[in-house]
Write a protein that binds this ligand. Structure first.
Ligand code: TXA
Ligand code: MG
Length: 318
């Protein structure tokens, strides 16, 4: 792929207008959401969407999440069940993606759903994402703005480190507050948790009046892109480490002595916000072997442990 100049746009009115122009021209622009940075393209433009796969080096056409400004717009794209509407009303804008039957008149480029009959849709809770969606005025397909198989970006620097020269622009909105990707719930039938993420399952259970079903392997069933080794730093990762072996760098959690600590006070929200930045930092340090302290499974711990398990999984591809 020929390299282009990747512009860094400010998140002011001029920057947002320029970003919307890139989308209108069929280009690619990375933008901040509350979870991670997304790599946006006009979701109605198959050529633009194809460029997203090319820029990320995604080996297969793994379906993308479409971002819209509000529930009303989402309802023009998908059919909402009673439960789906309840979840959307409770948690949008926010770190929740719903997988719903796509409407025949949605106008979404076929590549976005990769041959499925469902569409993943979410309303992000970030002022820059919201401003861009309003200014652009259409649905924006956006996977995380990282090369395929690498850690998701939570800052513009991470985006540039991974995709410089492969995308048209990145809107600088600083660091992402949540720091792990959205929770994905399938609502094509009774609710199924497809990916643990920034919205804790406990919150979903409280809204639904009961736990959602889980995909086989702890929440990753039909999300076709959930390869085991997805969230990978360069170094080899060992989990639930209560000691540090020779040559390992400890990624700590709680009151342990470690060069990098996700949260000294054991706060899972803080740990989620730090997770990808610290994995990026370990890459930058050239850490070859990484030991990670045990992380509890409740609240955002489910998403953190899911991402860490992927980081530790055998690497079957770059
Ligand atoms: O927080 C997030 O969700 C971020 C920000 C940018 O919004 N986006 C994100 O996108 O994490 P991505 O492409 O990295 O992950 C989307 C996941 C993939 O595993 C994909 O397979 C799954 O969602 N997915 C998309 N459409 C689907 C569908 N129709 N059915 C099942 N899974 C789907
Ligand atoms: Mg991703």
């Amino acid at each position: 792929m020929t390299l282009k100049t990747t512009d860094i746009l400010a998140s002011d009115a001029a920057g947002i207008a320029a970003a919307a122009d890139v989308l209108r021209a069929g280009g690619l622009v990375a933008f901040p959401t509350e979870t991670v940075y997304g790599l946006g393209a006009d979701a109605r433009d198959d050529r633009a969407v194809a460029q997203v796969f090319a820029a990320k080096g995604r080996p297969t056409f793994n379906p993308l999440i479409v971002h819209v400004a509000d529930l009303e717009t989402a309802q023009t794209l998908c059919d909402f069940s009673h439960e789906a509407r309840a979840l959307a009303q409770a948690f949008w804008p926010g770190a929740l993606t719903l997988v719903l039957p796509i409407r025949a008149d949605a106008g979404i480029a076929p590549l976005v759903i990769a041959g499925l009959s469902t569409l993943a849709v979410r309303v992000p809770d970030h002022p820059v994402a919201q401003a861009l969606l309003h200014e652009f005025g259409g649905p924006v397909a956006a996977p995380s703005a990282n090369p395929s198989g690498r850690i998701s970006p939570t800052s513009p620097d991470h985006v540039i480190a991974g995709l410089n020269g492969r995308i048209d622009a990145v809107v600088d909105g600083g660091n992402c507050g949540v720091g792990v990707e959205s929770t994905i719930v399938g609502c094509d039938g009774s609710p199924v948790l497809l990916r643990a993420g920034g919205l804790p399952r406990e919150a979903i259970a409280a809204c639904l009046g009961g736990d959602p079903a889980e995909g086989p392997d702890g929440g990753v069933l039909t999300a076709p892109g959930q390869m085991e080794s997805h969230y990978a730093p360069q170094g080899k990762v060992r989990l639930n480490a209560t000691d540090v072996h020779d040559g390992e760098v400890l990624l700590g959690f709680g009151p342990v002595d470690a060069p990098l600590n996700l949260s000294h006070s054991g706060d899972l929200v803080e740990a989620a916000a730090n997770l990808f930045a610290m994995l990026h930092e370990l890459d930058a340090m050239g850490a070859q072997r990484i030991a990670v302290s045990p992380i509890p499974m409740h609240g955002l711990g489910a998403a953190i442990n899911d991402r860490l398990a992927r980081a530790a999984a055998p690497r079957d591809q770059a």
